[in-house]
Design a protein. Structure first.
Length: 282
């Protein structure tokens, strides 16, 4: 069944088609964006409007807790130690951040073999930005031979660990291990020497793994070193030595240090003890 449509003039059909195309083109064209010509601030006769300069964006540049590892002062990686032997591991760091490390900062055990060490250990004093510090833990080697590693960290007062480091040792039964100094600990005191009183004195306890001779000398913050001395060990043990610094009265009180360098068998710097002291003449 067909339908009859009204007859249209061809010219009318072409005109309508042209209008449709024009309408589609107009709709697809991007809309113009109105630009405001209104001044941001009203002006008065004889008065110049000033547009305020936006404040610069704030950029966070604070670097609070940053530790730069300097050296393994004692027990370098893969040092041989006797099974069950006690030793002290010391790391040296420099505070290169903007914040001081206070006694609320702690040395913490993270993972691996704790080797009898503490779970946490507070810093003994402040370490200000730019200062260097030696951090030590007293450890005991496992009783079975093998390679062991303990992972440690430095934690701030907020509980964030911002430095990671470790101790690696090779445990042997003592029959085939090399003779070595495992650690040196220090205490500070004063003593009288001749007419000088209250002279700075550092006492060092040197621990070796067995029989042998240890050649060592004292180092000082002023760059002067003592002559080489020999300490004989009949067996694995700890021996005590001391050094008195005869400072002149004119030297004045200042932060100084003394420490031990083991020339044989380790060829190793074992850190130092800082102090503030001077001698006085009666």
């Amino acid at each position: 069944m067909g339908c009859n449509l009204p007859r249209q003039d061809p010219a009318t059909i072409q005109t309508a088609a042209a209008l449709t195309v024009q309408a589609e083109i107009t709709a697809a064209a991007p809309k113009a964006t109105a630009t405001s010509t209104t001044a941001p601030f009203p002006t008065l006769p004889g008065v110049t409007a000033t547009v305020p300069t936006p404040a610069p964006a704030i950029t966070a540049t604070s670097k609070c807790d940053i530790a730069d590892f300097i050296d393994d002062v004692t027990i370098p990686d893969n040092t041989s130690v006797d099974a069950g032997a006690s030793f002290t591991k010391t790391w040296r760091f420099k505070n290169i951040g903007n914040c001081s490390w206070t006694p609320s900062y702690t040395l913490v055990f993270v993972s691996g073999q704790i080797m009898g060490g503490p779970a946490t250990q507070a810093l003994s004093s402040n370490v200000n930005s730019g200062q260097t510090v030696d951090l030590s833990v007293a450890l005991t080697a496992p009783t079975e031979n093998g390679n062991y590693q303990g992972n440690w960290g430095l934690r701030n007062a907020s509980g964030t660990i911002f430095a990671h480091f470790w101790v690696k040792v090779k445990v042997e039964d003592g029959t085939g291990g090399d003779f070595a100094v495992t650690h040196v600990t220090y205490t500070f005191t004063t003593s009288d020497s001749g007419p000088n009183e209250d002279c700075p004195t550092v006492v060092a306890k040197i621990t070796a793994t067995g029989p042998g001779d240890v050649e060592y000398y004292w180092t000082r913050s002023d760059g002067t070193d003592s002559p080489v001395e020999i300490l004989h060990f009949a067996s694995a043990s700890t021996k005590e030595v001391q050094n008195v610094w005869l400072l002149p009265t004119s030297a004045g009180a200042a932060t100084r240090w003394m420490g031990i360098y083991v020339d044989e068998p380790n060829h190793q710097d074992f850190g130092h003890k800082e102090f503030t002291s001077t001698c006085s003449a009666p």
